[in-house]
Design a protein around this ligand. Structure first.
Ligand code: UD1
Length: 369
């Protein structure tokens, strides 16, 4: 069976890595092709992850780059179609909810090539988020849907997806975290000195959602809260390229000696720092999951989440993005005792193996779709 994998943006790499590794255990059953759409292209947003996660060099890079959503989605579609016609895969495997995920799934459905969506079924029920549209549409046209949590199954069934297409397999991103954590921990001593931080003695921040960073007023409210918190504890803020210019514009008003705005980090450094943080403030999807697994308190600066298990089982809480709400929530979380948390079901390091089992059953004809 020929499987073509698609990656495009930073959160995709840690999801594809365990799948390629697990499928690679069966070289007689699977031929693998890796396509990078080039949605993310800065070395710190792409190459460093390939190196650290030991991903093979992509067979094809579409080199799309940045643009409006319509432009980016259309460019990926136009450049992906000839790749499919050349490689003729039996299955295309897409992960997550970025524009590349939807664009490539759509091309497959037009050409009659089967698509498997990993991390299917997540819903924020907020259609103003581009990722929500990507998730809904990708799930509707996928032939196989692998869910990370059972709420995903319920969402898909409600939307009329046939039950035989849906497989609850757990979280592939946590597969990567479990595999890489020991190596990441070896980076900690160096990072601690480099950034002058101590175990459980600093706040880690990531922000890149348009709803938080595109409006200068909202970003200024968040930065003001961070400066205030940095009077008590150091704040470390690896700044996403999307956020960089706007943060630079605000830096004069929001400067503090205990607040460090730094370049984006690689996977291992970020994981090591996350595992030692007192608190994480984020608007990322994956970081809500990683902090839940690690047991690190997390505040998500959004009004909803497509990952509700991180709230019901894990360490995550939602917070509004105004200065007052952020300061109150951060201070409260920093005072709390360690939480009694449950790691969500099947977030156990073996999700990719479960996906491979399904693909083997399809390949051997045991499972018909
Ligand atoms: C994308 C995903 C988002 C994911 C995030 C992780 C969509 C709709 N959004 O958002 O779900 O959480 O990736 O990072 O697919 N840029 C660079 N260098 C890069 C990449 C981006 O400078 O390597 C800058 C460009 O100015 C670009 C902007 O960041 O216009 C936004 O990049 P884009 O890929 O459109 O979306 P993200 O905000 O990164």
């Amino acid at each position: 069976m020929k499987i073509l994998h698609v990656v495009g943006a930073r959160p995709n790499y840690m999801k594809i890595a365990p799948l390629m590794r697990a499928l690679g255990q069966y070289p007689d059953s699977f031929e693998q092709v890796l396509v990078h759409t080039g949605q993310h292209y800065d070395p710190q947003m792409s190459q460093v992850f390939f190196d650290e996660l030991e991903l093979p060099r992509p067979d094809i890079n579409l080199n799309i780059g940045s643009g409006t959503h319509a432009w980016q989605t259309a460019q990926v579609m136009l450049h992906f179609e000839p790749v499919l016609l050349e490689f003729k895969p039996d299955w295309v495997l897409v992960v997550g909810d970025v524009n590349s995920t939807l664009a490539c799934s759509l091309v497959c459905s037009k050409l009659g090539i089967r698509v498997a969506h990993v991390e299917a079924g997540l819903r924020s029920y907020d259609r103003s988020m581009p990722e929500e549209i990507n998730r809904i549409l990708t799930d509707q046209i996928s032939d196989l849907l692998f869910t990370p949590s059972q709420d995903g199954n319920a969402n898909l069934l409600r939307e009329g997806v046939s039950p035989e297409k849906i497989h609850f397999v757990g979280n592939v991103m946590i597969d990567t975290l479990i595999r890489m954590l020991p190596k990441a921990q070896t980076h900690w001593d160096h990072l601690k000195e480099k950034f002058c931080i101590n175990d459980k003695g600093f706040v880690l921040v990531t922000l890149h959602r348009p709803s938080n960073v595109d409006d200068p007023h909202i970003l200024s409210e968040i930065m003001t809260a961070l400066v205030e918190i940095s009077q008590d504890l150091p704040v470390l803020f690896p700044v996403h390229p999307r956020t960089r210019q706007r943060v630079n514009d605000l830096e004069k008003e929001t400067k503090s000696s205990q607040m460090q705005n730094i370049e984006p980090l690689g996977y291992l450094d970020f994981l090591a720092i996350q595992a030692h943080a007192a608190l994480v403030l984020t608007d990322s999807g994956g970081i809500q999951e990683e902090t839940t697994y690690l047991g690190i308190p997390c505040l998500t600066a959004r009004s909803n989440t497509e990952r509700p298990v991180t709230i019901t089982h894990g360490t995550n809480q939602l917070v509004k993005s105004d200065t007052g709400s952020l300061i109150t929530a951060m201070q409260k979380r920093l005072m709390e005792k360690p939480l009694d948390l449950k790691v969500p079901l099947l977030w156990d390091g073996h999700a990719a193996e479960r996906i491979v089992k399904v693909m083997l059953e399809i390949s051997s004809g045991q499972l018909h779709l």
